[in-house]
Design a protein around this ligand. Structure first.
Ligand code: MEV
Length: 433
């Protein structure tokens, strides 16, 4: 199957057993089942590997890994690995991805992977000493900073220049920061940038005679951005690939609410991050860095606002999002964690830019699904139905009893713990009359 022929529309995927789903994942991706064992095995992360990933390790901690279907981004179909404990996120992503798959699907563009390293001067030289030094010593800086990164340079990345920022602290004292810009190619980039910032510091101290404070990556990668756009045709009554105009109008209204009110914006953005973080966990990314950047970016203009916006344009509901994403397809645990390796194989992505574009597309789809549900029936009905499984498990139901308990709860129209407890007792014939 060529990439162009692949369809991530896998109707009925959710009805399959876990084993059958993994067969479908293998068939879609062309990755043999034996290379996906880490996804199904409770020992997906061997203790020997886990012990090398952190300190004082005593074991491993598991979460569900699922695949969202229907994704089409820049004409390419994907099934997307997501690791998340919250029910309904994967179903919601798949639902919205189906709405957004017409034509090229979700379209995305991204900038070059430029990261920022900060070199802090607590007692800075007067202006323009630092500014001049950076200009005059441009070639030396480039040579010294690139020296220890031959692989990055060979891949086309490396030091891309510096600028000085002059600030005043809350007590009115001046401070300065040199930002070094580094093209980190397919890495998240923290290691390369931190070591370059540390290498630049003694040179700058020498040239200015001023002491350097911190030397560290900035987790606000303002130059490393992804823009995504998704479109759904308007059609009376909606449908699989269309949305009812009245429903679309309520989504736009909800978008304005989130764009206006930080209390709503943070919740809408949390929904976006439900999708993004789930893919990041499945692919071994530094999700804390991405979270920090996303929320800082949402407040970048001085007021916290929604990351995504929805409008009606040319008979379509159109969503757009601009987000900084520092992701890597190399480095970190990408080649070390067996489940992460398997997930990247299924995605078929080896470069950070298309990977970031896909991740942003999942965030936008997640936002559409949540906003559509909130602007119509609300999220609780669907959410609680999925949550019924958790209630059934908490009641003590075995794997075979869970579906029966859930069915009994749904028949009664109740989705709470007491209903699950009673349904289980009734199933086992233990209920008191
Ligand atoms: C819940 O995890 C996420 C939502 O609150 C997002 C939103 O309100 O847009 C449903």
């Amino acid at each position: 199957m060529t990439d162009a022929e692949k369809s991530s529309r896998l109707p009925g995927f959710f009805r399959l057993s876990a084993d059958e789903r993994l067969d479908a994942v293998s068939k879609f991706s062309g990755v043999p089942r034996r290379e996906l064992v880490a996804l199904e095995s409770p020992d997906g992360l061997p203790q020997s590997v886990a012990s090398c990933m952190s300190e004082n390790v005593v074991g491993r901690y598991s979460l569900p890994v699922a695949f969202a279907t229907n994704f089409r981004v820049n004409t390419q179909d994907y099934i997307v690995p997501m690791v998340i404990e919250e029910p309904s996120v994967v179903a919601a992503a798949s639902f919205a991805a189906r709405l957004l798959r017409a034509g090229p699907g979700i379209t995305a563009t991204s900038t070059a992977p430029i990261m920022i390293g900060q070199i802090h001067f607590p007692e800075p030289p007067p202006e323009p000493v630092l500014e001049n030094v950076i200009e005059e010593q441009r070639e030396v800086l480039e040579r010294v900073l690139n020296r220890n990164h031959p692989r990055l340079i060979a891949a086309g990345g490396g030091y891309r220049g510096a600028r000085v920022r002059r600030l005043v602290d809350p007590k009115g004292r001046p401070l300065a920061v040199v930002h070094i810009h580094v093209d980190v190619r397919d890495a998240m980039g923290a290691n390369a940038v931190n070591s370059m910032a540390e290498a630049a510091a003694p040179l700058l101290e020498d040239w200015t005679g001023c002491r350097v404070g911190l030397r560290i990556l900035s987790n606000l990668p303002i130059h490393r951005r992804v823009k995504v756009e998704g479109r759904v045709a308007l059609k009376e009554g909606g449908g699989t690939h269309a949305i009812d105009p009245a429903e679309a109008a309520r989504i736009v209204e909800a978008s304005w609410f989130a764009e206006t009110d930080p209390y709503r914006a943070v919740t809408a953005n949390k929904g976006i991050m439900n999708g993004i973080d789930a893919v990041l966990l499945a692919t071994g990314q530094d999700f804390r860095a991405v979270e920090a950047a996303a929320h800082a970016f949402a407040a970048y203009e001085g007021r916290y606002t929604a990351l995504a916006q929805w409008r009606i344009e040319d008979d379509h509901l159109v969503g757009r999002m601009d987000i900084p994403l520092a992701l890597g397809t190399v480095g970190g645990v990408t080649k070390v964690h067996p489940a992460v390796r398997a997930n990247f194989k299924v995605l078929g992505l080896t470069e950070a830019q298309p990977f970031s574009e896909l991740v942003a597309a999942v965030g936008l789809a997640q936002n559409l699904a949540a906003t559509r549900a909130l602007a119509s029936e609300g999220i609780q009905r669907g959410h609680m139905r999925l949550h019924a499984r958790n209630f059934a498990m908490q009641a003590g139901a075995s794997e075979t009893e869970v579906p029966q308990v859930v069915a009994a709860m749904l028949a009664q129209g109740r989705h709470d713990q007491a209903a699950a407890d009673l349904a289980l007792l009734q199933l086992r014939g233990e209920a008191q009359d």
